[in-house]
Design a protein around this ligand. Sequence first.
Ligand code: BT5
Length: 248
Amino acid sequence: MVLGQPIHRFEEVTSTNAVALDLYHEGASEGTLVVADAQTRGRGRLGREWISPSGVNLYCSYILRAGNREWISWIPLIASMAIASAIQTKTKLNARIKWPNDVLIGRQKVAGVLAETVSNNGEIQSVILGIGVNVNMSKASLPSSLYCTTTSLSEHVAESIDRNQFLTRLSGELNVQYQKFWNDGMSDIIHEYLSISDTIGRRVIAYLPVGGPVDGWADGIELDGSLRLRRGQGDMAIIRSADIVHLR
Ligand code: BT5
């Protein structure tokens, strides 16, 4: 099995995750990749919008097999590592990862990951891994509210970047991380993850899906991919899912 084969290419879709899900239900195999030039309803986590202008960025989704819970929570982390490596190789930029699913250049978001599970009778059957990378997008495509927090690769390199070549590299990196995970488990991956994490070692606020915000020092990653926060007086918080704000 190779992630990234076969490839289904589209000019415009609602969301590559939605198309990949349809293909999965039609029997598409693990590894299948959906790529589109534009999305009309690109989505982020928790129903948020992913801005997806035509012809400039990468919007793609891979059909993955199901695994245990640990594996599922590592998928966004592994995907963001693969994106950061592909960026490093293709542009020499120092991409870093913000837990759990953002890739940053400096303090600005250049890519995001949306992993959605497919379940039947409560049992996870598959995971659709969606990746959006801002490649050649200009800031004019964005609402002004995102100007300060968002960037694209072309803002940092002189020449425009070939999206197909970038995608090939991304699939290559994803395959490497994926095989490593299945063959060796997550303990090797954690070291690599920590070395490119922009979150670990910082003071952060975690905005949880339910309940009030939690602040503390990002101390490490648990074996299930959760973020460990050190709070006052030896108190620890384990964060499974949140939006993180890095404090200086
Ligand atoms: C993510 O969500 O970062 C996941 C993004 C995944 C997008 C891919 S594209 C291919 C596949 N098909 C889809 O429909 N989705 C996936 P989240 O962490 O919730 O971040 C969403 C937030 O990022 C938004 O609320 C905006 O603040 C910001 N945002 C929106 N569009 C952006 C863009 N193009 N670049 C950077 N930030 C953006």
